[in-house]
Ligand binder design. Structure first.
Ligand code: ATP
Length: 287
């Protein structure tokens, strides 16, 4: 899909992105990230079957889909943690398909992994320092992370193992920001967290975008994704079933694409039966 439209979106991250005026459909905008026909296997299992996506600077690009759709695999492959069987990843106009993960981090592709992956026996501040290991120079440092999450400063010596899930998630975001990403990959920020905590965590997004960072996120909670995304893509069993802006897609199309029932357009096709138990069992935010 091309040509972004804003309609009825709540104020926040999406308005800020529109204000930046760097989005798709504008002649001056070059893609920051381009994934082409990506195929990824985990052993015998084909987890991604020819996925393509294009992310422009300043976007909040959301990948949605049910459990096992391949969202995390896609994000981790972009970060360099899985090797694709075929296809390509280009970043800032350069092919990075074979680049090692740490080289990608230095180039500005930084991920907040699912499950946070903090060092529990280290303090909050020590965990933030880890983020500086492969850092680019840029606006973010530990002091700025404390400005973003003011509660952190007085608890900087506390071990992260003693922190709540939401606090740990914020530390993981802070650790990624200290690396000064150009594209920030966020894998399931809302996983296991109460909705009020999720809202608080996502409240950081306007400041992150204002600092020039582009965001590609995986979110199983579709309502949450629709609140923050400027563009979204739905995966199902390794295929793209829907792609477009939140303004372009209907709830019915999203449901069809998410569960694989009926036709889902624009930007994708859906004909598979729904994955078993998924409607009742997952935190999809569509119910
Ligand atoms: P979830 O929300 O459950 O994490 P997802 O959309 O992120 O789902 P993936 O985690 O990418 O999906 O998983 C896609 C498929 O690949 C699933 O069938 C999963 O079981 C499988 N898979 C993921 N990681 C591995 C791995 N390291 N080894 C083997 N299979 C894997």
């Amino acid at each position: 899909m091309s040509g972004r439209q804003e309609s009825g979106a709540p104020p926040g991250a999406r308005d800020l992105v529109a204000h930046h005026g760097q989005l798709r459909g504008q002649e001056s905008a070059a893609p920051l990230l381009e994934v082409r026909d990506l195929v990824v296997h985990h052993g015998q299992l084909r987890a991604l079957s020819g996925i393509s996506l294009t992310v422009y600077p300043g976007e909040v690009y959301a990948l949605i889909g049910a459990n096992g759709a391949g969202k995390s695999t896609l994000l981790r492959t972009i970060a360099g943690l899985h090797h694709p069987t075929s296809g390509s990843i280009s970043y800032d106009g350069k092919d990075v398909t074979r680049l090692r993960p740490e080289r990608r981090a230095i180039a500005g592709i930084v991920m907040v992994p699912e499950g946070r992956r903090l060092f529990p026996s280290l303090s909050l501040e020590e965990n933030l320092k880890v983020g500086g290991s492969f850092a680019r120079t840029g606006p973010w440092d530990i002091a700025r992370v404390y400005d973003l999450f003011p509660w952190m400063k007085e608890r900087r010596t506390q071990k992260t193992a003693q922190m709540s899930g939401g606090e740990q998630q914020s530390v993981a975001i802070g650790r990624a920001l200290v690396a000064n990403p150009r594209v920030l990959l966020l894998d399931e920020l809302s996983l296991g967290l109460a909705p009020v905590i999720v809202q608080r965590i996502y409240a950081m997004l306007p400041q992150v975008l204002a600092s020039g960072i582009t965001v590609l996120l995986v979110e199983q909670d579709v309502s949450q994704a629709l609140r923050v995304a400027t563009h979204l893509q739905c995966l199902l069993e390794g295929h793209t079933t829907l792609e477009g802006t939140p303004a372009e897609v209907t709830r019915e199309q999203v449901e069809a694409a998410y569960f694989g029932v009926g036709a889902a357009s624009p930007g994708g096709q859906s004909s598979q039966p729904p994955p078993e138990n998924d409607w009742q069992g997952s935190n999809h935010g569509l119910g």
